[in-house]
Design a protein around this ligand. Structure first.
Ligand SMILES: [Zn+2]
Length: 99
């Protein structure tokens, strides 16, 4: 028997829950200054119950060529990557709010 999504009750290969979840979410991108004057780019507002935040962080890190960490529902990238992160998120179907 095929795997069935327990949210939309469609077979997993037809499941669009992740797509719907993205459209309903607004990722907020900000930057902050950390100790020793280091800039980090912060991506917030991702609902990790619907989105695989570790996978998203991996994509962002690869596209921005930066190190980063996931802290709860927040992704932190080392350096200033607002523009690139917004582009990556938009290309992945997210609503983006750059602040
Ligand atoms: Zn589904």
């Amino acid at each position: 028997m095929a795997n069935i999504c327990n949210v939309c009750v469609l077979p997993m290969e037809l499941c669009i829950c992740q797509e719907i979840a993205k459209e309903q979410q607004r990722a907020v991108i900000t930057t902050a200054r950390r100790r020793y004057g280091k800039i980090v780019t912060i991506v917030e507002g991702i609902d990790d119950t619907a989105i695989d935040i570790n996978k998203l962080a991996k994509t962002l890190k690869a596209k921005c060529a930066a190190g980063g960490t996931v802290k709860g529902r927040t992704i932190e990238l080392q350096g200033e990557h607002k523009k690139k992160a917004a582009e990556v998120l938009k290309n992945n179907g997210y609503q983006v709010d750059v602040r």
